[in-house]
Design a binder for this molecule. Structure first.
Ligand SMILES: *[C@@H]1O[C@H](CO)[C@@H](O)[C@H](O)[C@H]1NC(C)=O
Length: 402
């Protein structure tokens, strides 16, 4: 009897504890939901333009359906709804002065005529110093890689402090402060390009055209350019291998290509585009802005083509419009993953983290500074060498010259 009582007491205690645990987990999940920074939650909250059929099949990277990882973290994200009226009114102003330049960036490595083989251009925002540091010391390092000369620049606008209600909270004093910091950073690393426009999400198109103009003026003979976000990991060795087969004098723009994307007509979306701004049912083919590579020839042609295309608030779609003007189609490359890939798990999930998967890729999107370090060390450390797969784990049969 006593034994049965104790059993019953144990059972009810267990029940009580599991209910409490369940409630706790539930409460945590609910509490975390609105502020979570998990890429999946973010991906679902901010879908990209509806993707039509793609020109290549994304391999299955886990059970979850592909979710888009948001372009650039925190700073340039729109607050509130987008003001199309002022955008349309202001969009003829498209030339802004360069506040910090790196005029010698492409003067080679001292050898006369030695132009960089690859210029790495990374979109960044002033506050994101930590990611710039990670990129500088990992995949974005300057110098010779497999015999190719690599140079790097970060592309920035003037930081604009906005409160959650969209009001400007950053005073003139703080702006000057940022400017001084960027000047100091530029002196230390000689890789900062700063333009005089506000560094907002919808000004990324301005960043695109200013970079193209800058690169064709200051790096006229560069062989290839990689342009991407600061939250990507680039396997520079694989990228160089791919480029080794290409002629920089020929047109090339390769990346994660999206075809037949439909403009989003839901006002609540970050990517909302009214019909008055873009009336066609689908965007031209474009490469995801997270990371793509282009040849020197295409760089120079794009710089002048984009100067004639009306500004469009989504930068990668805008570049697609410039390509269309040149009658060029971006080349899909399965190793550029700027959409729909989960970031490699941080420490608690390290068991499921497979560096071999990343060995076969060129660009992986949606990483924190810590993830970038982790990837770099996994790929360059002894674990990287121990990788047993000779075939791409997830990409299926894979050819560089696909
Ligand atoms: C882009 O930058 C310009 C110049 O700083 C600014 O006037 C404009 O409001 C910005 N546009 C958007 C959409 O943020």
């Amino acid at each position: 009897m006593r034994r049965r009582l104790r059993l019953r007491r144990d059972a009810s205690l267990t029940l009580l504890l599991s209910t409490a645990l369940g409630l706790l987990l539930y409460a945590q999940r609910d509490g975390a939901a609105p502020t979570t920074s998990s890429p999946h939650a973010r991906g679902r909250a901010a879908p990209r333009p509806t993707l039509g059929p793609r020109t290549f099949q994304l391999p299955d990277v886990g059970a979850a359906p592909p979710a888009y990882e948001e372009d650039t973290p925190a700073p340039p994200t729109p607050t509130g709804s987008f003001d199309f009226v002022s955008y349309l009114r202001a969009k003829d102003q498209r030339r802004f002065p360069l506040l910090i330049n790196q005029p010698h960036k492409c003067r080679g490595d001292g050898t006369p005529g030695a132009q960089p083989d690859l210029l790495i251009a990374v979109k960044s925002v002033a506050a994101d110093f930590e990611r710039r540091q990670a990129v500088r010391q990992t995949w974005g390092a300057e110098g010779r890689v497999q015999g190719s000369l690599i140079r790097r620049v970060f592309l920035l606008g003037v930081p604009k402090g906005t409160g959650t209600d969209g009001t400007v909270t950053m005073g003139v004093g703080i702006r000057t402060h940022w400017h001084d910091l960027l000047r100091a950073e530029s002196r230390a690393y000689e890789d900062i390009l700063l333009w005089a426009f506000d560094d907002t999400f919808f000004n990324l198109t301005l960043k695109e055209i200013h970079f193209l103009a800058w690169a064709s003026a200051f790096c006229p003979d560069v062989r290839f350019v990689f342009k991407g976000d600061a939250d990507v990991f680039v396997h520079v060795g694989n990228l160089l291998e791919f480029l080794a087969l290409r002629d920089p004098g020929q047109d090339l723009l390769a990346g994660d290509v999206i075809v037949q994307a439909r403009p989003i007509r839901a006002r609540t979306s970050k990517y909302y585009i009214p019909e008055a701004v873009y009336g066609l049912p689908a965007y031209p083919a474009y490469a995801g802005g997270g990371g793509f590579v282009l040849s020197g020839a295409t760089l120079r042609r794009l710089a002048s083509a984009c100067a004639q295309v009306e500004l469009f608030p989504i930068d990668d779609v805008f570049l697609g419009m410039c390509l269309q003007r040149l009658r060029l189609t971006p080349e899909p490359h399965p190793a550029f993953r700027t959409f729909g890939i989960s970031q490699p798990s941080a420490a608690p999930h390290l068991r499921t983290f497979d560096p071999c998967f990343y060995r076969e890729l060129v660009v992986v999107h949606g990483l924190s500074a810590a993830d970038i370090w982790l990837m770099w060390h996994l790929l360059h450390g002894p674990q990287g060498l121990a990788c047993a797969h000779s075939q791409p784990v997830a990409a299926g049969p894979f050819k560089w010259d696909s």
